[in-house]
Design a protein around this ligand. Structure first.
Ligand code: DGJ
Length: 732
């Protein structure tokens, strides 16, 4: 069991294969954090957790115990108002108006397995032996509040998950003003903070800055995890890099507004906490009621960012993603969005489909515009019935014809939205998020349906089910194209209005759970104006996400690189599109567009029927190549080599589990004159084996390729790239 409890000094020791996490119940019952880092022996930790008594500005909760000061004690789940002035993990308002709190240890239990989180997405186990869970009950007897901290340790992964359950065991209602999923204190602040900010069409930039005194935080207030900040934070020891050094990752399994804080206090310790954004959040907890927070997946790696990412990738692709497609090869798709936008009919679609089938593409996705009277983005969201003027044979007719060509059929929806110009809105104007007396602010001419309401969710489910049952639909793209405003619900009382945003997420998760269970054969891809909801919460229901609306190959180098910090390549939708690119106007070679898109889940998003014979030929070759390397790309280990945020080059590799096959990708977004002879050091190979590079026919030692590097050929032109396959030729 990787969780041990030592009664003599009331110490908990959680062990992953390469890390240890240690806590102790201190005098007064305070749960203190002692250590998190490289794995220690089971009985190894003897340092005291109590920090010295400091100045009088830090109060002493226990009379006669000057060394216990909540303001300096490293804590596992800190309260507010009773001596700790740092950032609290939770705050509850009592009926008497007070908001001070204090939690002390009450009990704990350790058991095999990992229970699911009620109503929320979470990592899971398939057998109890895969993980152990520790639940620690803390109590605030004045408030009548029980707080249950939950820790799961995976046997095979260097990951610990944390979540919290609040229980009102008193006789009066409590109001949770803040209910974060975790908090952890580090004894120093020699860290850089890495985060993934961005925007629409420029998602997940990698930004690294040194931690300094005071509060550093990231958040989304948009009702979704957002384009502008991903629910992920990393503390990297100074000097830690891609392949070495200690790093700590925090990833929140949630799709709504979130926040994460890194506070460096007066004594240069660091407190990190993360969870639902406390801004504009409140939850009324009636006597007997419970509140469950989402989960944070915390990863320690002593092998730099690369080690951290590979842990996230393995865990998320195998124990967060679910369903028939979790381990199955994902089809190559063609999507008609950038090919036609709203201007299509069945003849045009058939033309694209014919060219797709000829190229070896496997799935045809019909994007926005097939329903209601939707010929632009001004109407019809919510009217989920087929437009027979555009599709004369209906969805069944189109699906049958695609199937005859050997293509699967997939369909776009935006089921959380309603257009004011729609039958649904005219019938139910109160079904959208809104607040009395205020404007209903439009975004892309649409409003957001109130998924905190059960009746709304049921009706949407009914409509979607009818469509999905009406034709052989084998893929769904689930879009979401605006952020939330006027977040209020018609059905909630005034005192619960600030629950709306989280209730919305719970409603969405309920709908998704019902859909994916009802249609297990459908491959779901989530999308929010591109990567506006690329988060672990959505991955639990849909194993892939449309990474960005920006399909330009050069922009994608950064977007996919940044995304890969947390999310595996098998979760990233990546399409080859037309040039000049529709988002940035750049003209890149078809080969480079292919290499970048082949680094994720390959698709095409252009009018294949209008291409030259030469281009069609190249796409056919790309599809064939992708089918050959697909298992490696989708399920191999991913190594980042050259960082496009630091220069004009980007490079990465995919290596299979037994290191016998690999794919190396290199791209350069600005060649210079006087190019140096360029060697790129590969990663993840077996140094004792020999590898043949299929594209050059040369054979090299794994040691040569990793320690000396592979020599690049002389590259010319705009935005050149390479994709090389490596095959081991001996057993090593
Ligand atoms: C935004 C998506 O990201 C695009 O791929 C496309 O589906 C449009 N919405 C359709 O409206």
């Amino acid at each position: 069991m990787p969780i041990a409890y030592r009664e003599e000094d009331r110490t908990f020791h959680l062990q992953t294969p390469a890390s240890s996490y240690i806590m102790r119940v201190e005098k007064g019952g305070y749960l203190a954090h002692l250590y998190w880092g490289r794995r220690l022996g089971e009985n190894a930790y003897a340092n005291p957790s109590v920090y010295w008594g400091r100045s009088s500005i830090s109060p002493t909760p226990l009379p006669g115990e000057p060394t216990i000061r909540l303001d300096t004690l490293p804590q596992e789940y800190p309260s507010y108002g009773t001596g700790d002035f740092r950032h609290p993990a939770y705050q509850a308002r009592l009926e008497n108006g007070s908001t001070a709190g204090e939690l002390v240890y009450h009990s704990h239990r350790i058991f095999p397995g990992k229970p699911p989180l009620e109503g929320l997405p979470a990592t899971y186990v398939e057998a109890d032996k895969e993980a152990s869970t520790l639940e620690i009950e803390l109590k605030d007897s004045v408030a009548g509040l029980t707080v249950m901290l939950s820790y799961t340790v995976f046997e095979q992964q260097d990951a610990i998950t944390r979540s919290v359950r609040f229980l009102n065991e008193g006789g009066q209602p409590l109001r949770l003003w803040r209910a974060l999923s975790m908090s952890v204190d580090f004894a120093h602040s020699d860290f850089d903070m890495i985060r993934l900010p961005g925007s629409w069409a420029r998602e997940r930039d990698v930004v690294r800055t040194p931690l300094g005194g005071g509060m550093q935080s990231i958040e989304s207030r948009r009702g979704v995890s957002s384009h502008t900040m991903n629910p992920f934070l990393c503390l990297a020891s100074r000097g830690a890099g891609e392949d070495h050094g200690e790093v700590y990752g925090f990833s929140l399994v949630y799709s709504g507004s979130f926040a994460a804080f890194a506070e460096v206090d007066q004594f240069r310790t660091t407190r990190v906490s993360m969870g639902i954004n406390p801004f504009d959040f409140e939850w009324k907890l009636d006597p007997g009621a419970a509140f469950q927070t989402p989960e944070v997946v915390a990863v320690f790696s002593a092998e730099g960012l690369g080690g951290m990412s590979r842990t996230y990738h393995r865990l998320y692709r195998s124990r967060l993603c679910r369903g028939n497609y979790r381990d199955a090869e994902r089809p190559i798709k063609v999507n008609n969005w950038e090919a036609t936008y709203f201007r299509f009919d069945d003849r045009k679609l058939e033309e694209i489909a014919d060219a797709a089938a000829e190229a070896g593409i496997e799935l045809f996705v019909l994007d926005d515009g097939w329903f209601g009277r939707r010929n632009d983005d001004k109407s019809s969201l919510g009217d989920w019935f087929v437009n027979r003027e555009k599709l004369r044979g209906g969805l069944e007719g189109l699906a049958a014809s695609l199937n005859r060509k050997g293509l699967k059929f997939g369909l776009w929806f935006e089921p959380e939205m309603v257009s004011p110009d729609s039958e649904l809105y005219r019938k139910h104007p109160d079904w959208c998020l809104h607040v009395p007396g205020r404007r209903r602010t439009l975004g892309r001419n649409q409003l957001i349906l109130d998924y905190s309401r059960e009746d709304v969710c049921e009706e949407i489910l009914r409509m979607l089910t009818a469509i999905l049952e009406s034709a052989p639909i084998e893929y769904v793209k689930w879009d979401f194209n605006r952020n939330m405003t006027e977040i209020g619900s018609e059905l909630l009382p005034a005192e619960r209005q600030r629950e709306t945003a989280h209730r919305y997420m719970l409603g969405l998760y309920r709908v998704l759970e019902r859909l994916v269970s009802r249609f297990p054969h459908i491959l779901f891809e989530s999308c929010a104006g591109g990567g506006g909801r690329f988060d672990p919460g959505m991955l639990y229901y849909m194993p892939q996400t449309w990474t960005s609306d920006n399909t330009d190959a050069v922009s994608r180098l950064r977007i996919q690189y940044g995304t890969s910090l947390v999310y595996p390549p098998c979760s990233m939708g990546a399409h080859v599109s037309a040039v000049p690119n529709h988002q940035v106007g750049r003209v890149t070679p078809l080969a480079s567009r292919g290499h970048v898109a082949m680094s994720g889940i390959l698709g095409y998003e252009l009018d294949l029927s209008s291409l030259s014979g030469e281009e069609k030929d190249m796409i056919k070759k790309q599809a064939a190549l992708y089918k050959e390397i697909r298992p490696l790309i989708q399920y191999g280990d991913f190594y980042r080599i050259l960082n496009p945020f630091e220069g004009t080059e980007a490079s990465w590799m995919f290596v299979d589990a037994n290191r016998s096959r690999a794919v190396f990708v290199y791209a350069n977004s600005l060649l210079e004159g006087g190019q140096p002879i360029r060697f790129v050091r590969l990663k993840g190979l077996d140094p004792r084996r020999q590898y043949r590079i299929e594209e050059t026919g040369t054979i090299h030692g794994g040691d040569e390729l990793m320690f000396g590097g592979v020599q690049l050929p002389r590259l010319k032109g705009d935005y050149p790239s390479l994709l090389w396959r490596l095959t081991a030729v001996n057993q090593g």
